[in-house]
Design a protein around this ligand. Sequence first.
Ligand code: PEP
Ligand code: MG
Length: 796
Amino acid sequence: MAVLWLDEISAGDLETVGGKGASLGELTGAGLPVPPGFVVTAGTYRSFIEEAGIDDELFDAVDVDADDSASLAEAADRAQELITETPFPDDLREEILAAYHEVGSDGADAAEEPADGDDGGAFVAVRSSATAEDLPDASFAGQQETFLNVTEDRLLERVRECWASLFTQRAIYYREEQGFDHSTVNIAVVVQQMVDADKSGVMFTSHPSTGEPTMIIEAAWGLGEAVVSGAVSPDNYVVSREDGSTDVTVAEKKVMHVKDESTGETVEREVPSERRDERVISEGEIESLVELGERVETHYGEPQDVEWAMVDGEVFMLQSRPITTIDETDRSEGTGIDPIDGAGDPTAGVTDGSGALKGDAETGASGSNGDSGTTLVDGLGSSPGIVSGPAKIVRKLDDLAKISEGDVIVTEMTMPDMVPAMKRATGIITDEGGMTSHAAIVSRELGVPAIVGTTNATSVLEDGQVVTLDGERGAVLEGAEVEPEEETEPVEEVRPQSPVKPMTATEVKVNVSIPEAAERAAATGADGVGLLRTEHMILSLNQTPEKFIEENGTDAYTNELVEGIRSVADEFYPRPVRVRTLDAPTDEFRQLEGGENEPNEHNPMLGYRGIRRSLDRTDVFAHELEAFRRLYDLGYDNVEIMFPLVNDAEDVYQAKRQMSEAGIDPAKRKWGVMIETPASALCVEEMATTGIDFASFGTNDLTQYTLAVDRNNENVADRFDELHPGVLRLIGDVIETCREHDVDTSICGQAGSKPDMVQFLVNEGISSISANIDAVRDVQHEVKRVEQKLLLESVR
Ligand code: PEP
Ligand code: MG
């Protein structure tokens, strides 16, 4: 038997029908409303390649050095060609087509009137279904092929394409890395009648973060792919399973996925204006979904993540998986560590995000903790958490060897070479630097409490002296205030975060600057990465791009970027990762080997950086863009490109041209710009016509350029104010213009982590907010609060 019907399958048939097939079979058997269909079994794939005699050639072709991009690309092409160009044996063809016709006839009870193709056959969905070997990480394995609205003429081709999806570059690379033998991996294909949904979405039968008895339903118009792929912001319905109360957030649903009547293809269409803000599901429909959710959860005995669709009020289940994101740490509220006096107030002694400490004098006085601990030094609390340990003064790189777990690094300024030691350390204190310095960004991302910009820590503190560091307030106290076993607690637990991850219409993303932080960033439950800075990947090479290329070649340079970006894109897949092209000022490059060739600039912040440098050195920029092209070839379709420091449409057109020349089709990829200069804010209307998908506020730079306040200059730090009316007016106008032109807006500067700015932005209608790792959860709550307020106001 080449195929098995869904009602013949149970969960135990995983090896034969793959995860998706087994789950659908199980649900069908439990009497749940699953559209009819069958599975082309994994054994059928196996006998297809063996009987055609292509198996040995196939496995030889993919036995390559996966780190060699050229061989990997060649291997994937050859393997996929072998499968897609080998004809079906007659008996197999007939068996699959006979099953297909049955789906279109008596099996077709998915809707009263089955959706028919031109030839009268049913429209079916064809999806790959990974088998046991790859299941733990099926998303990495690339077996994600899904074809919708398929009819008889393309069915067999689509089945072969699902088989070939075992051999995308990304899948081959992944198996090589994980040590999987290519010849032991199989794949099944689910063929199932399409539900021509008028509304659809996902449902979590318990809270996806906390496991609370709350059902969360997301719903949008048309086919569910728009919700699953993130193309649309869906409505959000939170239903208490204890008292049945419902909390509804209606989103603006700009697009929907529907079947094109003439071609049968799934296409993205604009939602008619009158339905954009219309609530998708009624109270009665919520009840049907909740009832279904309860049945499926009871059947499996654990919370489920369900994909559903509705046709004329009738509900269908398309998929159900256990929820894997319920986070144990979210259940623990705090750790019992007594915060140092004043630390409970998150604004006490915290900087405005730019430079100097607000109220230094008070901090000095109140920093003394009464009978325990005198304030030794103070600075900017740049990464929250309270820890104690022996101070270790690092004056040169050789000193890093003396850093053991539990030590507090005290140094003038951290450097990329220090990252391994920073990971070991329990805390970090620097003399120099502001909130966006290397030490501040890296420590925050590593979750290590830190204080920067103390000016004198390396001279005041003594080597080996035990200190307590309060990364919230920016104070270093004498002695140990925190018990050693408590010191190693992750920072999220030191600083209790709200326990529930709220669903929001405005997306909440996270900023990442070092690939080492990707896992921690992904665990926040953020909707993606709003800014991945690439500078730290280059700075850690310790050579300027030009020098590195001169010594190691262009391919090595591109590979460094591919590897750095890939590690983050993998961690978040399929959530989007917005990668910014290089933007390091010349004074940062000067510290590297080759830095002697950097131009000597009077004011590097106004100088040769960002897109200006890229468009001037297109020879180097091309190799950076080549990294993106390779990532797309590898299947990282979640990667987006963002250009920094553009001023006008001309800058954008030039960048776009470079993208095309590097073999990246701007029409097929998501790309956009940062709004960091007043000129870019004032010229956004022209920029919106260049084809950009998004504009993201870099408020660190936008503030310094609007107010003429150098973000690194302590003398004017008290004037650095991202909430200045001038800055807010520019931001508000850009959001309005972008909304008119259907360009998404976002923020990725420090200010996105501040509640006041979040309130302003949500009220203005920003599409997404990207925050620091430690701020994501609080920002999610703030966004939710403001959205609910807006909703209430709109109905009052
Ligand atoms: C910004 O300017 O706000 C920004 C996010 O970029 P960077 O801090 O890297 O200049
Ligand atoms: Mg910037």
